[in-house]
Write a protein that binds this ligand. Sequence first.
Ligand code: PDD
Length: 282
Amino acid sequence: STVFLNGDYLPMEEARISPMDRGFLFGDGIYEVLPSYAGRMVGFDPHMERMSQGLSAVGIKLDWSRTRWKAVCDTLIERNGSGNLGLYLHVSRGADSRRFHAYPENVSPTVFAFTFEIPAEPVADKSRVKAFRVVTDRDLRWERCHIKSTALLGNVMHFQHGYQQGVDETLLFNEREELTEASACNAYIVKDGVVITPPLDQYKLPGITRYILLDLLRKDGQIPVQERTVTKAEVYAADEVWVTSSSKEVVPVIAVDGRPVGNGEVGDIWLQAQKIYSAGKF
Ligand code: PDD
């Protein structure tokens, strides 16, 4: 595939970065992942907004306009066949000849982007959706989870915890047994027809799918939405559980820690919510 690296488009096999890049040595970088279907990106503006917030939070100075990013994304999409593509955008602080913790003064950020194939657009169809089974784990990441940092070892270890048990995701809970999110998704429950998701703070990534979904649900007005604390007991007792992320959209969860969610089948509110998301996401 064709990738973008520091101003050039080149085959993936030819892309080279320095081993002194702080992205490599420290996980010192910010990234984004967004989907594109037949040349149309989902949530480009909010993804760009989150990236600039992340970059300024960690003091990486990159004076790129949104138009410039758009041109890179459009070029990569076109050169990689304009099908169902995930776009990975990465800005690390750059290469420094010393391994010194402080932010170096005179480095230029490394800008890297590539595409990867993703499944066709998710559909609101109970018989076609791949429902998830999940396990739970104590959230042991850091207190800056609102920053979409490339330092993902905490998330990777939580994902692996579930993967080793043969499930698709891991739901994370703080020391008070309150739901934060999943290892690579935001999380929700449905109880008595109400969609409930934990409020944003430094323990969750402000997911773009979450943002688009809550906005569309509120505009639609048929399903009530609450942002409030969700306990582990509430997750076990929920009628439905969902997780969201950019390329998966809204995913129904049918088992938590081996216990069925509700009647163990994909729920009706999920169907309605995914329909609303599919109709409004662009
Ligand atoms: N993961 N929470 C975490 C910890 C995530 O890593 C992600 C996304 C989300 C969902 O965010 P969004 O709706 O903006 O995709 C929530 C990406 C896709 C990844 O690391 O691959």
